[in-house]
Design a protein around this ligand. Structure first.
Ligand SMILES: [Cu+2]
Length: 172
């Protein structure tokens, strides 16, 4: 190997590490109840190689399934959280299940509450990103009144919004 090749190689290495140094590796959303709801909780998003691990703990739900999505705007200011807009869908897909090829980036399916109204969810996801133009940071997590049927366009027929939280950058 000649020295010109080596110096080019190291210059590339340095520029790569600079490009990745600022990438977000963990994000968090603290969910607050909408008007008339008691639903609250925390959702974390952590990078694990090429996937995002999602961990959610939510309380105050009615027992059963509830639609669980990332919505377009990081704005929970409206009493019914409609200010968060529709599903986060930067790649213009149809609504679907989290494991479907055709789905919104924000389609996380359902969370299921037990008889005491508590839900715990852990999943890994390849469609969401924590960095770049399609990053979920700055958007919002919404929990719905009803189950997402994973097929009705574009909402999954999940009804009203019972909790909303803006996704922010967390300490790694
Ligand atoms: Cu939703």
């Amino acid at each position: 190997m000649n020295s010109a090749f080596l110096s080019t190689f190291f210059a590339l290495l340095v520029s790569c590490s600079i490009a990745f140094a600022g990438d977000t590796t963990k994000a968090v959303a603290v969910l607050h109840p909408t008007t008339g709801s008691n639903v609250a909780g925390t959702v974390t998003f952590t990078m694990a190689s090429d996937q995002i691990k999602v961990v959610a703990d939510i309380t105050g739900l009615t027992p059963g399934k509830h639609g669980f999505h990332i919505h377009e705007f990081g704005d929970c200011s409206a009493p019914d959280a409609k200010s968060a807009g529709g599903h986060f869908n930067p790649t213009n897909h149809q609504h679907g299940a989290p494991d479907a090829a055709d789905r919104h980036a924000g389609d996380l399916g359902n969370i299921e509450a037990d008889a005491s109204g508590k839900a715990h969810l852990e999943l890994t996801d390849k469609a969401m990103k924590l960095s770049g133009s399609d990053s979920i940071v700055g958007h919002a997590v919404i929990v719905h009144e009803k189950a997402d049927d994973l097929k009705t366009q574009p909402t999954g027929d999940a009804g009203g919004r019972v909790a909303c939280g803006v996704i922010g950058i967390a300490k790694p």
